[in-house]
Design a protein around this ligand. Structure first.
Ligand code: NAP
Ligand code: MN
Length: 259
């Protein structure tokens, strides 16, 4: 068994890392670790998940409490014992996977724990939207976010999407500044669909480039052609000592204020 760290660039996270490093009995491996200790915020955990997608992630939250972390900065000794005695449990989080391509034949595959977005900030993006190969709508506007229930509290929430119970297996499409007229008519409301469905976005404006984001990662795609989004079960391994309920996560992230 081996491990590594992904930490936020601040003093508190650094000090916790130094404290843990002296007490963990495993070997450090920055290339292919079994365990990753992510110290910081939700952004730090997302970074760890993308950098080491096969590893089991231990999230420690420093600063304000976040959504993904299962340990806080007062539970560092619990985490050390859990790792040294192999006593932790694992939550398997669902994600989304996407494949997209341009007209030059370049193909990409990515996954996202929070969401994918497809955006074209300087111009209006034009897309045909299909769900399970059925034509759904012609979209014109800045773009779309397609989120997991975990990501429903992130970008999706800023777009007035619904917060979704993470025990539900669904994906949510939210528009980013959709333009509505006689020519372009879209649903406008957030749309929550079953995990068994597949979303397909087809380019209708060949000159433009788009940005496709997968959580914090982004791709600039020139001559964008199409994108498929599917739901992927049990793709991220998140360690915990005690299960933190969905209600508690929402409450501590958005409702209770800091002392
Ligand atoms: P960032 O731009 O540095 O921070 C995004 C903020 O969202 C941070 O405060 C982060 O918490 C929080 N966050 C991330 N995932 C969350 C979740 N599942 N539930 C609740 N809050 C969450 O970027 P980042 O830290 O690398 O995170 C990438 C995420 O930023 C993307 O996946 C997207 O959801 C979000 N984003 C939001 C907007 C928007 O709301 N307008 C725009 C772009 C991106 P911590 O402070 O704990 O890290
Ligand atoms: Mn962040």
């Amino acid at each position: 068994m081996s491990y590594t760290f992904v930490i936020k660039d601040d003093r508190n996270s650094y000090e916790i890392k130094e404290y843990i490093k002296n007490k963990i009995k495993l070997d450090i491996d920055d290339t292919n670790p079994d365990i990753v200790i992510a110290i910081g915020g939700d952004g730090t955990i997302l970074k760890a998940v993308h950098q080491y997608s096969n590893a089991t992630i231990f999230g420690i939250h420093t600063g304000h409490l976040g959504f993904f972390a299962n340990y806080d900065s007062l539970e560092v000794d619990t985490l050390i014992n859990d790792i040294n005695n192999n006593e932790y449990k694992i939550d398997y989080l669902d994600s989304l996977e996407a494949s997209f391509e341009d007209y030059n034949g370049n193909k990409y595959n990515e996954f996202a724990l929070n969401e994918f977005t497809i955006i074209c900030p300087p111009r209006t993006l034009m897309l045909d939207v299909y769900i399970d190969d059925e034509y759904f709508e012609k979209f014109r506007g800045t773009g779309f976010a397609i989120s997991t229930p975990y990501g429903s509290t992130a970008y999706n929430k800023s777009l007035d999407g619904s917060v979704i119970d993470t025990s539900l297996q669904v994906m949510q499409l939210t528009e980013i500044a959709g333009l509505n007229s006689n020519a372009y008519r879209t649903l406008q409301s957030p749309l929550i669909i079953s995990n068994e469905r597949r979303v397909r976005l087809e380019d209708k404006s060949t000159e433009t480039h788009v940005f496709i984001t997968a959580d914090h990662k982004s791709y600039k795609v020139d001559n964008f052609k199409s994108m498929f989004i599917d739901y992927k079960k049990n793709s991220v391994k998140m360690a915990y000592h005690e299960q933190i309920s969905f209600i508690k996560r929402i409450n501590r992230t958005f409702i209770i204020s800091k002392e």
